[in-house]
Design a protein around this ligand. Sequence first.
Ligand code: F6R
Length: 241
Amino acid sequence: MKLIQTFDYAELSQQAAEQIISRIKRKPSLNLGLATGSTPTGLYQELIKDHQQNKTSYKQINTFNLDEYIGIPKKDSHSYHYFMCEKLFKHIDIPLDQTHIPDGTARLLDEECTRYEQFIQEHGGIDLQILGIGQNGHIGFNEPGTSFDSRTHIIDLAESTRKANSRFFASVDDVPLQAITMGIASIMDSKEIFLLVSGHAKAEALARLINGDVSEDFPASVLKKHPNVSIFADKEATALL
Ligand code: F6R
């Protein structure tokens, strides 16, 4: 794992964006894995700025999001479909039918998991996956205890994750109990991975990732077994290293 330390969140977002843009220049039909949450929003703003100023094109890109809440309609402002449209897709030239997110409202959820997993593989797999990290070490919504062999699956969200994400909802009771997430093995199939870590609240998780053992109790630790991971972390996040 390569650690890229930045001064602050703005620099983290700029550096990650520059690296993504260089990958797109090298391969205009890049398969790009995306994450939601607070951490990548600065990166998405940088990609939008670059698209407007330098005309980097996403016309041949396919995107694959890590996860989606179960039971929230796509048009609902709490869904990750809505989040991605607002924060990125509607501001760049990507055709919407090339943006892929698991369907958390599918009638047959197990079949949706299988379909999404196969769909990514049929598209040739993910070239570059963007990840955030939960304070409990989750990647995607793979909570502690998830098998390293897992493929796209349904997960019961940890209480700590529901509490952390309640900031996007009226109350913690409104946060869905479950989500569909790419599995750990699905994430590990990506050719390259960028993990973004920002702020004091993530310092303990980053220290455990760097200094701790590889264990299913701390899902992000699996990244130590991947040959091509870059961690972009700001000063606050690296405070305990
Ligand atoms: C989001 C996702 C999660 C988040 C993580 C950190 O698609 O898969 O793993 O990356 O919960 O969230 P933030 O960035 O809000 O701290």
